[in-house]
Ligand binder design. Structure first.
Ligand SMILES: Cc1ncc(COP(=O)(O)O)c(C=O)c1O
Length: 398
């Protein structure tokens, strides 16, 4: 790439993280490759037939208003629809408390803009969602990694960090986390909430996956344990369509005010037409019909992957068994370099994401990998895990 204008780039730009996994995932589009690398919904989950009707209703009901400039905080009928959607999750808010953004990714970026002064510390669970690290890094923070186990972050590790230093916020994906699939247990939510309240700290709870539950009881959002200390972030991307780019948040009043101001300067408001479609998708009963279908599509894919891992992975490998979401996290024995294993797997037509990219210090995640189970069909998943197991066994004997 030409270096012309290099010295025009801002200091902030130079601190941005390039998408490091894009290079290694270029091979994913090779013919015959079974990709477990993506993190995107299966296209079969998009309600294309229903959208003909939804479109018509939107045009009849809202007409020009669905095509007009609108409020920065979001299309009022959409925020009203979200009140009942969130109520079902025990989040009790009014439409005025909700801000709509272009996907939850845009909430993360705007939070970075509003909250981070260069050098501030952000606390992250280990490992963490790569897209959040990319969004925050543009604002030049440093990071503190909080230790986790199978139930999510360890309250004592968080407490130790908060005792030691000032932390601007703690970023958590609380349910069916990306990349591990882990869920912060209800007991842990309570303990973490106590730590957070004791320190007057702020949590950013990113919750795109909790609706994708295949078994077990729902856990109330962390927000419900500490509403005054939490920015709750979610999206319609996993239950409707990510291409609409609609996410939203609830934030403490002062932070909400500045998020509003920052959004106004950035894009005035989010796509009115997309918000009108999502309103009708929720209020017209389409979400209630579609969500069970999405779950019924993903559950057998996940079960197929878990059974295939049991049948094929050599001793020393362990993996998460989430009750929902889109990912399974595999940890190999110490000494395994999952990126080297990745290139062997690619030769056998299987791709995944080496887990080290989700760590602030990649050395902490060398033997880990993230597997997605929502895109490929069951037979392809079984074949892919069979090949992955074979590669892992050959790797162990080298
Ligand atoms: C944890 C997490 N947060 C945010 C996002 C971004 O989603 P959206 O489509 O709402 O921008 C994703 C997307 O995969 C995600 O996994």
């Amino acid at each position: 790439m030409t270096q012309q204008f290099q010295d025009f780039l801002s200091k902030r730009t130079l601190s941005m993280r390039k998408n490091q996994i894009r290079e290694i995932l270029k091979v994913v589009s090779q013919p015959g490759m079974i990709s477990l690398a993506g993190g995107i919904p299966a296209p079969e989950t998009f309600p294309i037939e229903d959208l003909y009707r939804i479109n018509e209703t939107v045009l009849n009901r809202y007409g020009a208003a669905a095509l007009q400039y609108d409020l920065t905080e979001g299309f009022t009928p959409f925020r009203e629809a979200l009140v009942s959607y969130l109520g079902a999750k025990e989040i009790d808010v009014s439409a005025d408390e909700i801000l709509v953004f272009n996907g939850s990714q845009s909430v993360l970026d705007t939070l970075g803009k509003v909250l981070i002064t260069p050098g501030d510390t952000i606390a992250l669970e280990t490992p963490s969602y790569l897209g959040a690290i990319s969004a925050f890094s543009a604002y030049e923070p440093s990071y503190a990694s909080i230790a986790t186990d199978d139930e999510g972050i360890l309250p004592e590790s968080l407490e130790e960090t908060l005792d030691r230093q000032r932390v601007k916020f703690i970023y958590l994906v609380t349910t069916f986390q990306n990349p591990t699939g882990r869920t912060l247990s209800a007991a842990r939510r309570q303990q973490v909430a106590e730590v957070v309240k004791r320190h007057g700290a702020l949590v950013v709870e990113d919750d795109p996956y909790s609706d994708l539950r295949y078994r077990g009881e729902a856990v109330p959002p962390f927000y419900t344990y500490a509403p005054e200390n939490t920015v709750y972030v979610s999206t319609v991307s996993k239950v409707f369509a990510p291409g609409l780019r609609l996410g939203f948040c609830i934030a403490p009043p002062l932070i909400k005010e500045w998020l509003y101001t920052a959004k106004q300067g950035a894009d005035l408001h989010s796509n009115t037409y997309a918000q009108a479609l999502a309103t009708e998708y929720i209020c017209g009963g389409y979400l209630d019909k579609q969500l069970p279908r999405i779950i019924e599509l993903y559950r057998p894919r996940q079960e197929a992957m878990l059974a295939a891992l049991d049948a094929n992975m050599p001793a020393g490998y362990r993996w998460t068994k989430p009750d929902g979401g889109m990912f399974i996290w595999v940890e190999g024995p110490d000494g395994v370099d999952a990126e080297a294993l990745y290139w062997k797997a690619v030769e056998q037509k299987v791709a995944f994401v080496p887990g080290k990219y989700f760590f602030i210090d990649p050395a902490d995640g060398l033997p880990t990998m993230r597997l997605n189970f929502t895109r490929a069909h069951e037979e392809a998943i079984v074949k892919a895990i069979g090949n992955l197991g074979q590669v892992a066994r050959e790797f162990a004997s080298e």
